[in-house]
Design a protein around this ligand. Sequence first.
Ligand code: ADP
Length: 539
Amino acid sequence: MVACQLPLTLIIAGLYLAAPGAWPQLLDSSLFLSALVLHTVLLLACLTVPWQRFGPLAPLIVPVVDLLVIGLTRAANIENLPDPGVLSVLPVVWISASRLSSRASISLSFAGTLLAGLPYVFAPGPAPAQVRLAGVLLLPLMMLAVSLAMRSARAQLRNQQSRTASKETELQALLADSRDRERLLNTILDTVDVGIVAVDAEGHRLLTNSWQSQLEASAARSGVADTIAPEAAEDVPVLTGQDGQTPLPHGRRPIRRALKGESFADYLVYFGEAPAGRVLSTGGRPLKNDDGGFRGAVIVFNEVTGLVEALAAKEDVVSTVSHEFRTPLTSIIGNLDLVLGDAEDLAAPALRRIEVAQRNAERLLALVSDLLLSANSAVHVFPRRTDLASLVEASLGSAHAHAESSKVALSMDVPAPLWAHVDPLRISQALDNLVSNAIKYSPDGGSVRISASTENGWVRLQVVDDGMGMTAADAGRVFTRFFRSPAVREGSIPGAGLGLSITKAIVEGHGGSISCTTLPGCGSTFTLELPAEGPPPAF
Ligand code: ADP
């Protein structure tokens, strides 16, 4: 309150001090002196009265009485003294900025100034009455304008404040929401059994979940990374390639790959030194800005040690068992061959039984060979210039008996010779698989056709049948080991589900590809792409 009152106090004090030199009559004016006393009392009241106790509007008494102080000073009517009425702007600003309603504060500003001007109309002095009246009326109108301007500025300020307040409330709600989401995300990140790392474009860690921290800590415990900060843990030479021993080159480490903007999945790396190393299947995806720029990457580490060990153990068993089966089976087949060599000593029923035993022993040997081949992850091929046409012919020839008994017609549309850069033994095996499948899965007879052509350095070979075909879902899995379609299982058509996976491995071993198009009930087409080769040089 004192701060509000101070400007007027200073001006009145200034008038008082300047009066002896500038306006000596001022000190003789009883009106000015009473104004002076009144203002001093008000100033003391501002200092001493506990205004808050009397309600929020009580302090407004001060500016109202100030208007009276100004009116009295004005009524002193001192010659050469600028009209003190303009000082009314000070109490009017005070009233307009108060908590009074707009209407009340505007009315009070106008009426207060008008009433405080009345003593001036009737005070003695040279000015004519009309001039005084005009002066007395003009001032309240000016104060009305000041009050209106103040109130409208105040209203605008209020609006602004309430908008800011509602924005702030909205922001607080958003902040609380984002904190909730962050908590949820952190809980999820720490609950999952995979390691998750996020890095920015420079490779600085943005996030490492607890699984990943534990993994990195375990590497640190192994002693290799004692002095290395967790964020550099990937730089420790504990990441090795597929053999579990050769350190992974820098650029091939999952985080480095992701930082190069690569997107990958199922990338196997070994963490920690063999034999205690852990196998991790890793995946990475780049993080993009709003404008599509690279801003970092997310890398996921999934431990598959158990799975890899189980697979290795399974393949070991399959390979050992198949190996162990082969020797006695070869001996059985050899002996049966010997017995059949002296067939004239045998009675017809015994001969038939031995022939059945020989056929089944040969089937068993073929199955064991397939198992052995599929247990070895890499199929070795030795490609050379080969005439595919003669391989196709041989394959159809050996399938002839099978086709005849199943009432399937075989045909080929292959230009001869058809040169390709392939391993003849392996490709014969692949062709035999495809042809025998085509016949086997045409239970109601039909036709099987092999066609071939050369284009852009590749031989395109197709084995087409019009047999039972497959659903799209089955077709997507035919090259998976041990897969057999439900229809085939139900129909009790014999097989182990290995032929196509071996065929695929053989074709891919040549750098080629194999695909299948099929429709249930309409047959299947298997298409092979193999590297073509020019004809041999003429002699
Ligand atoms: P197998 O024939 O010993 O079962 P394959 O790996 O050769 O094993 O084939 C896998 C499965 O693919 C088969 O069991 C069968 O369901 C399906 N399949 C393969 N070739 C054909 C074909 N020509 N027509 C229909 N289904 C086929």
